[in-house]
Design a binder for this molecule. Sequence first.
Ligand SMILES: Cc1cc2nc3c(=O)[nH]c(=O)nc-3n(C[C@H](O)[C@H](O)[C@H](O)COP(=O)(O)OP(=O)(O)OC[C@H]3O[C@@H](n4cnc5c(N)ncnc54)[C@H](O)[C@@H]3O)c2cc1C
Length: 357
Amino acid sequence: MIFPTQYSEILLLLENINPQKYAYSRNYTDGAVTKLSPYISRGVISVKTVFDFLVSKGMKPNENLKFVQQMAWREYFQRVWQNKNIDENLKNEVHSLDFKMPLSILEAKTGISVIDKSIVNFYETGYLHNHFRLYIASLVCNVSKSDWKMGAKWMHYYLLDADGASNNCSWQWVSGNFSSKKYVANQENINTYTNSFQKNTFLDIEYEDFENLKVPEVLKDKVDFKYETILPKSDIFELKSNLPTLIYNFYNLDPEWRKSEDVNRVLLLEKSHFEKYPISEKSLYFMLELSKNIPNIKIMVAEFSELKLISDNLIFKEHPAFDYYIGTKDARDWIFKDVNQYYPSFFSFWKNCEPKL
Ligand SMILES: Cc1cc2nc3c(=O)[nH]c(=O)nc-3n(C[C@H](O)[C@H](O)[C@H](O)COP(=O)(O)OP(=O)(O)OC[C@H]3O[C@@H](n4cnc5c(N)ncnc54)[C@H](O)[C@@H]3O)c2cc1C
């Protein structure tokens, strides 16, 4: 699976979306999912871009609720990030003392063959189908009884679509820290959605048996790990002091943003951000390739305070990961712009979105 990085090719991918097929097949790991998340997460396009494109092609949102609802999940998690500390337990009820990851997951050797294959493929491509993300997170949190934070860090590191909100909130949702119950899947469920037929695994049990399931031998060996982001060197450049400076970052690589304006354009890579949310070499490379869609963009590896010293007219897009930026804040695009508060569950959020369609 290859993710093209040229803007014109990315826009062509929108043509492949089939909301009807999506609705009945999205849960299957070979279903008609869009694989657009790497572009949405890097801010090249937004779910609003996708929504508007489909409407322009004749899609009736009310008749394609499943697809619109999945995009609304993304907006929901972004609203949660705007309002809560998503790096900590959102509910204070589920605690774990085990802050390590099962080695067999890191090494793709759990013995659940489709999951192991998906992990190998994940390291190669930086993408995992939603169901594999759920299965893996459930193994980490609810079968091996490890804290969600290590798993979330691992997945974020390798995902091309790494997104603090969708990732941390989903891990918390699976672990029961952001939902009314923990998510688990047995072998029968895995076989159904992955078209496989494996039997006699530690997951080949009934749902009521999860409660008393002992940590399987293969998940007992656990390790700690530390990730580092190898940032590139800054470009050598001088800002034009009479012009404003637009800040691009890990979450904003939008080639259309203030496109026709005469401005400085800087991709700001802050060490402090990547210490908190490390990313792999492949993910970094993907981001840098995407940034090439923005003419004359310059890479600056520095903190925001250092950029502020050399440019006092800064313009950026709102994002909770960078709420310390100072300057002119542009809004991001939303499908449900006015549903902008915190809701404790997706369905309470969705109840407010649906009438707006
Ligand atoms: C443990 C776990 C970790 C995750 N980490 C991330 C992450 O770091 N970044 C990320 O973008 N998504 C994450 N997700 C959500 C979801 O798995 C991905 O957005 C989706 O699989 C991306 O593939 P796609 O573009 O083919 O999605 P499609 O199914 O084609 O959906 C279209 C778009 O809708 C949005 N969307 C769909 N499903 C979800 C969902 N459940 N939650 C949020 N948005 C959704 C995405 O923007 C996606 O690109 C995670 C889910 C889980 C369970």
